[in-house]
Design a protein around this ligand. Structure first.
Ligand SMILES: Nc1ncnc2c1ncn2[C@@H]1O[C@H](COP(=O)(O)OP(=O)(O)OP(=O)(O)O)[C@@H](O)[C@H]1O
Ligand SMILES: [Mg+2]
Length: 352
């Protein structure tokens, strides 16, 4: 789990940009929200600040989240990606109010998740968020029909019969299952069950919908349909959506993909549409490393491997970026120091 330690760069405070000529910000690429946080997370719907989760199993401690930072704005549609065991579900369980952090802060729609009592926690889960699991069987009660499943969260919240019926009909129509309301889950396909699960999750008009690999058990075509549905829900209802996925096609459709590595957010890929001078539309995709509050960032593994970086790197502040060079001080030739070694490595790695 700690094999990436050597790749974490602590930017010295002297690396912060100094004075210099004013920049034309309008010409610069979009920056991740995490860079404009002052104070931390102002206006954000979801804030994770230095989140830590340690599981204790017998005498063993598993550090599933080790200082994770995350900011999500209202209305965003976010894909969370990362290798198996990187901490995605741990994060989702904390954000979903199913588990509590060991340290750090997680706030969703004004609810501090580490401090909630049992009652606030259950209110939070019933009213503020919706949750969709990967396992279709876990999302729905098998002895209830699709319509009854959708009505259940409203029933628990004391919504009257008339409104329940109207809203469940609306939701089932929205997920394309207006005709299947009387079917129990066993008479629905996997994709249909996940559609009903999304309707259930939306029943109480949540601020955020969390989905942990909702298409993990579906074939590619069905997964695509479910994902299109989520995108429609995000755009038409304005619900913020955070979805864990391994599907590379899915992560290409969202506006922001956040990669988790070893219990930390490592990179963010932003996608935005741009129009060329000739009027052609195209999608620009840019990858950013996430900088935490004390200036740490994780270099992408591919960059580290490409330049053979290990243990320490040399940094240099340039007027508008920071360069990162491999440490070649201990090379075979004792007279050969510093920049001359850059000739052997070709292009230096660069931050920002
Ligand atoms: N309840 C638990 N008790 C002990 N260790 C746990 C528990 N849940 C998760 N872990 C450990 O925490 C780490 C993160 O697990 P997590 O389930 O969050 O990963 P993930 O990114 O969701 O992986 P996957 O893609 O396989 O679903 C792993 O090392 C895992 O073994
Ligand atoms: Mg998982």
């Amino acid at each position: 789990m700690s094999q990436d330690r050597a790749e974490i760069v602590d930017l010295p405070s002297s690396s912060a940009p100094r004075g210099g000529a004013p920049r034309d910000v309008s010409k610069e690429p979009a920056r991740p929200a995490v860079e404009s946080r002052s104070p931390l997370g102002a206006g954000a719907l979801i804030v994770c600040d230095n989140l830590v989760k340690i599981y204790k199993v017998a005498d063993l401690e598993v550090v599933a989240l080790q200082g994770l930072d995350l900011l999500i704005e209202p209305g965003e549609f976010i894909a969370l990606v990362g290798a198996s065991g990187s901490g995605k579900s741990t994060l989702m369980n904390i954000l979903g109010g199913l588990d509590v952090p060991s340290a750090g802060r997680a706030v969703v729609a004004g609810h501090a998740l580490g401090d909630m009592g049992r009652r606030e926690r259950s209110e939070y889960r019933r009213r503020v968020i919706g949750f969709v699991w990967q396992q279709t069987a876990r999302n729905l009660l098998r002895y209830l029909t699709a319509r009854q499943n959708v009505e259940l969260p409203m029933l628990l919240n004391g919504v009257g019969k008339g409104e329940r019926e109207e809203r469940s009909a609306d939701l089932l129509a929205r997920v394309g299952l207006a005709e299947r309301g009387d079917h129990r889950p066993e008479r629905l396909s996997g994709g249909e069950q996940q559609r009903v699960a999304i309707a259930v999750a939306l029943a109480n008009r949540p601020a955020v919908l969390f989905a942990d690999e909702p298409t993990g058990e579906l074939d590619t075509a069905t997964a695509r349909e479910v994902f299109d549905l989520l995108r429609g829900v995000n755009q038409e209802l304005g619900v913020t959506i955070v979805v864990v996925t391994h599907d590379p096609l899915v992560s290409e459709q969202v506006s922001r993909t956040i990669a988790i590595r070893d219990g930390r957010t490592s990179t963010e890929t932003l996608r935005r549409r741009a129009v060329t001078d000739a009027g052609d539309h195209h999608v620009i995709s840019e990858e950013y490393a996430v900088l935490d509050r004390v200036g740490r960032l994780q270099l992408p593994r591919a960059h580290v491997e490409a330049l053979g970086l290990e243990r320490r790197v040399r940094l240099a502040l340039e007027p508008d970026h920071i360069s990162v060079w491999p440490d070649r001080d201990r090379s075979a030739d004792p007279d050969d120091h510093g920049d001359q070694h850059l000739d052997h490595t070709g292009k230096p790695g660069e931050i920002v």
